[in-house]
Design a protein around this ligand. Structure first.
Ligand code: F6P
Length: 546
């Protein structure tokens, strides 16, 4: 990611040592690892920042961890961490600093980019956001007709949507319940139509969230929103009371017709998927209020401090990131399941999909060489216990090895009868079943007929980490998100790839721009795509009614 890892990863001694070690332990069962090392659960549990991280049910020994830490040191992880936090331009393909950590730094900190201390502006934006949110939440921000704003629709996509919607859902318990929050992202008109169909335009505010303010989906939805609002209120001047923008692009905001006094900015050193604690979090602050937003930033900051200061072997994001490398590159595991046992965390897996896969789904090193190892795992998941009745079958008995992150809270925000103990019992049981399985002898001993024994056997030895927190609050959410952000960074350092660009999304966007007029044109134009695309365009044009 920094262009300094010039030695090819698979040739360095630390990697080779891991390869030899892997050959020795690849088939060792977790049952045997637990039996051989009674201190394993203690040794492989790290408690800090309000998080208990138990990674003992992973296919690793104390020696594996030592070797992975040696690998991290050989890849200069600590220097890379310092480079990121101090504002060096580690996003080399875009010549940008990577400073999402500055968004939660205290006002007293000084971090320089191109000779400018970025911290005062961060805090100024936070103050402006707070001032705005207090007005809207208290009903002191009248809409065009004088009625108070009570509905907020965030229009954005990717990092300008997934963070805000995930945080809103996660912190819904703390949100102002007399306000309605909606999130529109898809360019499919259904998304917009369904989001606004029961909203009163006179009480509705749109937040147009877009780092670039050029994204096709967001700008299309924003224009439809403007048309909907002006059509209903009958006056273009209404836009000024019903639209605010979050962006780095003041010119485009103003061209769209939003007064830049109603714009909340951030800088290009905040990547879209790392932006939920920037002004992109405006909808989050509107929902939970400035104090709780600051508690969330405190949670991010606590994890930042841990990441910067804890020794590598007791560092949660470091161990998590290294285990991802271990499974992707040595075990060849294709995917990672994120299984939060908390209904409020239902969008967390979707959020992590962008954070992890847009960051580390790369196949060239920082200096442009093709990698000869696997990079990002495929992340997906669903909240427990729903996933148990859907895809866990494959986790337990499928042919692929899928490491799992279980995320749970000791206390429910909605204690209803025995529900929470049942929920948590399921989480613990799943981790136990995955790790230890059920042998054919155990199956027979339970009276299962011989012909069913193979079907009822669980091989076990399926790895998981368990992340346990006290309860879900803004600080806990901030720490969890920062944990995964930093784990992504660790993986990028080991693989020597740049987790902070996303060139892979560009080609599809460019081709769509070419196809749009071909679909909309009344004239039969010459099509110069491949035969399949040409034929599909022609068929679409014939089929569409208007
Ligand atoms: O297309 C990918 C992407 O660039 C993401 O990285 C980003 O989060 C998303 O689009 C939205 O971009 P913007 O905030 O500029 O609208």
């Amino acid at each position: 990611m920094i262009g300094t890892q010039n030695a090819r990863l698979k040739t360095i001694p630390e990697w080779r040592a891991l390869q030899r070690h892997f050959d020795e332990i690849r088939d060792v069962h977790l049952r045997d690892l637990f039996e051989a090392d009674p201190g394993r659960a203690d040794f492989m549990t790290i408690e800090d920042v309000g998080i208990i991280f138990d990674y003992s049910k992973n296919r690793a020994t104390r020696q594996t961890i030592d070797l992975l830490i040696h690998l991290a040191s050989a890849r200069s992880l600590q220097e890379r961490i310092h480079a990121m936090f101090s504002g060096q331009k580690i996003n080399t393909t875009e010549n940008r600093a990577v400073l999402h950590t500055a968004l939660r730094a205290p006002a007293s900190e000084r971090i320089f980019v191109d000779g400018e201390n970025v911290i005062p502006e961060v805090h100024l934006v936070l103050e402006r956001m707070a001032d705005f949110c207090v007005k809207v939440r208290s009903g002191q921000w009248p809409g065009h007709t004088g009625l108070p704003i009570r509905n907020v629709v965030n229009i954005g996509i990717g990092g300008s949507d997934l963070g805000p919607v995930m945080a809103y859902e996660a912190l819904r318990h703390y949100s102002l319940r007399d306000m309605t929050f909606r999130f529109v992202s898809n360019v499919d008109g259904t998304d917009f139509a369904e989001a606004v169909r029961d909203l009163d335009p006179a009480r509705t505010m749109f937040i147009v969230s877009s780092k670039t303010f050029t994204t096709l989906e967001t700008m299309t939805n924003a224009r439809s929103a403007r048309e909907w609002l002006v059509g209903a209120l009958g006056d273009p001047a209404a836009v000024s009371r019903h639209f605010v923008a979050v962006s780095t692009n003041a010119r485009a905001v103003s061209e769209f017709g939003i007064d830049t006094a109603n714009m909340f900015g951030f800088r290009d050193w905040v990547g879209g998927r790392f932006s939920m604690d920037s002004a992109i979090g405006l909808s989050t602050m509107l929902a939970v209020g400035p104090d709780r937003f600051h508690q969330m930033l405190g949670g991010f900051r606590a994890m930042d401090d841990h990441f910067r200061n804890a020794p590598l072997e007791r560092n949660i994001p470091v161990i998590m990131g290294l285990l991802s490398v271990w499974y992707s590159d040595f075990f060849g595991a294709p995917a990672t399941a994120i299984l939060p046992y908390d209904q409020y965390m239902k969008r967390f897996p979707a959020y992590l999909q962008q954070l992890v896969m847009e960051s580390n789904g790369k196949s060239v090193t920082t200096d442009g060489w093709p990698v000869d190892y696997e990079t990002s795992s495929i992340y997906w998941g669903e909240p427990g216990t729903n996933g148990q009745h859907s895809f866990y079958q494959l986790l337990h008995q499928g042919t692929r090895l899928i490491p799992v992150d279980f995320i749970g809270f000791a206390n429910s925000l909605n204690p209803v009868r025995r529900h929470h103990d049942l929920l948590m019992a399921n989480m613990l049981a799943q981790a136990e079943a995955l790790a230890f399985g059920r042998t054919p002898d155990q199956v027979r001993a339970s009276g299962v007929p011989e012909r069913l024994v193979p079907h009822r056997t669980f091989a076990g030895n399926r790895p998981s980490s368990t992340i346990l927190l006290d309860h879900l609050d803004p600080a806990a959410l901030g720490s969890l998100v920062a944990l995964y952000e930093h784990s992504v960074f660790v993986q990028g350092v080991i693989w020597d790839i740049n987790p902070f660009d996303q060139w892979g999304v560009e080609l599809g966007k460019a081709l769509a721009e070419k196809i749009i007029p071909e679909l909309e044109s009344e004239e039969e134009s010459t099509l110069c795509h491949d035969a399949s695309t040409n034929a599909l365009i022609r068929k679409y044009r014939k089929m569409k009614v208007s």
